[in-house]
Design a protein around this ligand. Structure first.
Ligand code: FMN
Length: 375
C-alpha cells in the first residue's frame, strides 16, 4: 500500500478498538465537545435537529456533547443548551436515543462558564473565584460587548455550584447519556479556580496549590458519588491561555491534580495540548487510566497527528473538533483517506440551521467531495 503523509493505509491505530477499565470504544476517533449555539436561547432546550446532528456522527468512538450549562449563571453565550429543566432533559433524551439507535456512545459535557459570560446572556453578573475581569470582548445575543468584572463566589455558593454539577450529572444519566465530561478547560470556572491570575482567594479555595485544587476535586467527588466514577471524565487544558487564564505553575498544579484523581477509576481524562505535546509528555506517565488527547492550534487536529499521538503512547484516543463539523462520518473517511470537507467559520455558531445537519457523508466516486462541499 502507498504511504500517505508517512502512514500506510494498513497502519491506522485510530481505527482500532480501545478497551479501557471503565470505557470501551469501537475506534479511537472521538468527537470533541463543540458549542454550536443552536438551542432555544430562552429555554436552553436543544434544537429538534440536534438529535439528527449527533446521530449523523455516531460512527465516532465516542461523542462528547457541546458544553451544557449546569446552572443559568454558568451559561456563556447565546443558544447554549442546559441540562437542568425537565424540558431540557426530555430533549436530550431524544438526542441520546438517536445516537444509541445508530450504535453510538455520547457523554454530556457539563459546563459552568465562570467569568466568561455577561449580564447580556442571562441578565446576571457572571461569577468567578475572584472579581478579576477577563481581558477582551464577549459575544452576547446582540453582538460583541466589553467583558464585565465578575462577582467573587461566597464560600457557601461554591458548595451550591458543586451541587449543581452533581444534579446536572444525575440529569444527564436520566437523559440517557453514557457519562459526563466535566469542562475543566479553556478558562471557564473549573480552570479559573486552578489558575493564579483568576483565583486570588485567601480562603480554603485559593492561595496554595492544595487550596486551588479544592473546587475541581469537590466537583469530581460530588459527581462521582452521584453517578459512579466510571461515568465521569474531566477535560483539562494545562497552561492553555484561552480566555485570559495564566498558569505559570501548570506542571505542578496538573501533576498534583492527577495524583489526586488517581484514586478514582474515571472514564477518561481529556487533555487539550499543543502539537508539541508539552503537557502530555509530563502528564501521560502520571495517568494510568484512559487518556483522550486533543490538540489546540490554528489548524484542525489532523489524522496524522492523531495517529502519532496513539503510536507514541501519549493518548489512547484522540478528539477531533472542527473536522467533525463538515465530516459527520469522519472515522469512515479516515479509513478511506477520503477527501475532507471544510466548514466555514460562519456556520460554527448561531441560530442558523444551515451548516448543521446538511453536511453529507462521503460517497466514494462522487467528484463533489474533492473540494469543500455542503449539500
Ligand atoms: C465551534 C467550536 C465550539 C467549541 N465548543 C467547545 C465546547 O463547548 N467545549 C469545549 O471543551 N471545547 C469546545 N471547543 C474546542 C474543541 O473541543 C477543540 O478543543 C478545538 O476545536 C481544537 O480541536 P480541533 O483542532 O480538532 O478542532 C470548540 C471548538 C469549536 C471550533
Amino acid at each position: 500500500m502507498t504511504p500517505v503523509s508517512g502512514f500506510s493505509f494498513a497502519f491506522m491505530r485510530l481505527l482500532e478498538a480501545f478497551r479501557g477499565t471503565a470505557i470501551q470504544l469501537p475506534n479511537r476517533v472521538v468527537m470533541a465537545p463543540m458549542t454550536r449555539g443552536r438551542a432555544d436561547d430562552t429555554t436552553g432546550v436543544p434544537h429538534p435537529l440536534t438529535a439528527e446532528y449527533y446521530a449523523q456522527r455516531a460512527g465516532a468512538g465516542l461523542i462528547v456533547s457541546e458544553g451544557v450549562w449546569v446552572n443559568r449563571t454558568g451559561k456563556s453565550g447565546p443558544g447554549i443548551p442546559g441540562l437542568v429543566t425537565a424540558r431540557q432533559v426530555e430533549a436530550w433524551r431524544a438526542v441520546t436515543k438517536a445516537v444509541h439507535g445508530q450504535g453510538g456512545r455520547i457523554f454530556a459535557q457539563l459546563w459552568h462558564a465562570g467569568r466568561v459570560s455577561h449580564p447580556g446572556v442571562m441578565g446576571r453578573t457572571p461569577v468567578a473565584p475572584s472579581a478579576v475581569r477577563q481581558a477582551g470582548r464577549i459575544f452576547v445575543a446582540d453582538g460583541w460587548r466589553d467583558t464585565v468584572e465578575p462577582r467573587a463566589l461566597g464560600e457557601g455558593e461554591i458548595g451550591e455550584v458543586v451541587q449543581d454539577f452533581a444534579t446536572a450529572a444525575v440529569a444527564a444519566v436520566e437523559a440517557g447519556f453514557d457519562g459526563v465530561e466535566l469542562h475543566g478547560a479553556n478558562g471557564y470556572l473549573i480552570q479559573e479556580f486552578l489558575a493564579q491570575n483568576t483565583n486570588r482567594r485567601q480562603d480554603r479555595y485559593g492561595g496554595s496549590v492544595t487550596a486551588r485544587l479544592r473546587f475541581p476535586l469537590e466537583v469530581v467527588a460530588a459527581v462521582a458519588e452521584q453517578i459512579g466514577a466510571a461515568k465521569v471524565a474531566l477535560r483539562i487544558s494545562p497552561g492553555n491561555p484561552e480566555n485570559d487564564v495564566v498558569e505559570d505553575d501548570a506542571k505542578e498544579v496538573y501533576s498534583r491534580l492527577l495524583a489526586e484523581l488517581r484514586r478514582y477509576e474515571l472514564a477518561y481524562l481529556h487533555v487539550i495540548d499543543t502539537p508539541e505535546a508539552v503537557a502530555l509528555s509530563y502528564l501521560r506517565p502520571l495517568w494510568p487510566g484512559t487518556l483522550i488527547a486533543n490538540l489546540r492550534s490554528g489548524e484542525p487536529t489532523s489524522q496524522d497527528e492523531g495517529e502519532s499521538l496513539i503510536e507514541s503512547g501519549l493518548a489512547d484516543a484522540v478528539a477531533f473538533g472542527r473536522l467533525f463539523i463538515a465530516n459527520p462520518d469522519l472515522p469512515a473517511r479516515f479509513a478511506l483517506r477520503a477527501p475532507l470537507a471544510e466548514a466555514g467559520h460562519d456556520v460554527y455558531y448561531g441560530a442558523r440551521l444551515d451548516g448543521y445537519t446538511d453536511f453529507p457523508a462521503f460517497e466514494p466516486g462522487s467528484a463533489k467531495f474533492a473540494c469543500s462541499a455542503r449539500s
